[in-house]
Design a protein around this ligand. Structure first.
Ligand code: GLV
Ligand code: MN
Ligand code: MN
Length: 409
């Protein structure tokens, strides 16, 4: 029989093979590969003694009931979707590791005085609709009417894909749990940055998560013949975007702690001999301090106005996501740190620059996060890697954490 760590590695490898694109790992909201990944993960949950269900926004929930009277529920989880050409740890680690923990507790005959739900969120990355957290928003009753109107690359709305998922009817769900019935939400995730590696530590505890804003910008100019239209007479939408991209980078480089990214660009009509008339691109802006992020956004809006005026273009902004910085629960974090010290000898707290389901969950219940070192701090890349030894430390920390929480409870 494989050890919990060996089992977890097998699951990570298997899930890492389930993709919408041949030869690389990509799973987006309610895609065929996501459906297969949910089915596969549900089978792991069932093998660990959890009962499973899929909710109306595609979240997979594995439930382990406690026989204790008036038991509350502890939520553990992360997301099952990925970025394009992803690594296999970002998201799935935080779903699969708690399943391995629950299987091990069951093997040891440990009964917890609280229910545990392991959640595999259906959408966190924001790849398909340029807006993240659709899964956790749905799970906590925070899905907004405007989220349903977002469109993907095939011009389908969130509402349409949810209707297809639910066989025709979709109503925005209420929260799966009342706040007072919850103990909190704990998410295990690779660090996606270099701090733990630099400190020589396998795991660390998150104190806060940076805020982030995402937009779709549409620039419009005029198409024309690339051979006959003199440069001075052009209204080239892509040239405006190119200048904007350099300005975005300069602002972020010049503002301590600010990061800003244009990660996806579509140029229309999209022919080598036609002047671009329309460009649609994403913009992702983050900072640990909300005020600094909002000031940067004001400045970027001013820059688009100036560039559009100078080039006789128009530029429309559509906000797709706006989440302020989040502080983790001091109490849950303290308990997690205690377990980290028990297993690793030393605990380190760090701020997350990446967004996590914990951001949305924090509006509904106290949250804590455990980070696992990843090689070269690399993530959102197929070479993303966390060592089995480090994952083993995280596994021990979570076993210790749940058992200590059981005593406290
Ligand atoms: C999620 O991975 C993010 O982009 O922060
Ligand atoms: Mn993630
Ligand atoms: Mn990610």
């Amino acid at each position: 029989m494989p050890s919990p760590l060996q089992q977890l590695q097998l699951w990570l490898d298997e899930l890492g093979q389930i993709s919408d694109e041949p030869g690389r790992l990509t799973r987006t909201f309610l895609s065929p590969a996501m459906t297969r990944a949910v089915e596969q993960t549900a089978s792991y949950m069932q093998s660990a003694g959890l009962t499973t269900r899929v909710d109306t926004v595609g979240n997979l929930i594995g439930h382990c009931a406690s026989s204790a009277p008036k038991a509350k529920t502890l939520l553990l989880g992360s997301h099952l979707d990925t970025v394009r050409h992803a690594g296999k740890y970002d998201g799935p680690l935080g779903v699969l590791l708690p399943i391995a923990v629950m299987a091990e507790l069951q093997r040891r005959g440990v009964e917890l005085p609280f229910h545990v739900e392991v959640v595999g969120f259906s959408e966190e990355e924001g790849v398909r609709f340029a807006s993240g957290y659709l899964g956790s928003r749905g799970f906590t009753g925070q899905l907004r009417r405007r989220d349903l109107e977002l469109r993907d690359g095939a011009n389908l709305t969130v509402r349409q894909v949810l209707e297809a998922h639910n066989g025709g009817v979709f109503r925005r769900p209420k929260a799966a749990h009342r706040r007072r019935d919850l103990l909190g939400y704990v998410e295990v995730h690779i660090e996606q940055g270099p701090v733990l590696e630099a400190k020589g530590l396998a795991v660390g505890v998150v104190s806060a998560i940076a805020g982030q804003s995402r937009f779709k910008l549409t620039w419009r100019g005029k198409a024309g013949h690339a051979g006959t239209t003199p440069m001075a007479l052009r209204r080239d939408a892509f040239a405006g975007v190119a200048e904007f991209a350099v300005a975005v980078e300069a602002l972020a480089r010049g503002t301590r702690g600010l990061v800003a990214t244009i990660g996806s660009v579509q140029v229309a009509p999209g022919a080598s001999n036609v002047i671009p008339s329309e460009v649609l691109h994403t913009l992702d802006v983050r900072h640990a301090d909300d005020h600094t992020r909002l000031l940067a956004l004001q400045e970027l809006e001013r820059i688009t106005k100036r560039l559009a005026r100078a080039r006789d273009l128009t530029c429309d902004w559509q906000a797709t996501q706006n989440d302020g910085a989040v502080a983790c629960s001091p109490e849950l974090t303290k308990q997690l740190e205690r377990s980290v010290r028990a297993v690793q000898g030393r605990s380190l707290t760090l701020v997350s620059g990446a967004g996590h389901d914990a951001v949305v969950m924090s509006r509904h219940t106290p949250v804590a996060m455990l980070f696992v070192r990843c090689r070269d701090g690399l993530s959102h890349h197929p070479d993303e890697f966390a060592s089995p030894q480090d994952i083993g430390v995280a596994l021990q920390v979570m076993l210790d954490f749940l058992q200590k929480l059981a005593v406290r409870d």
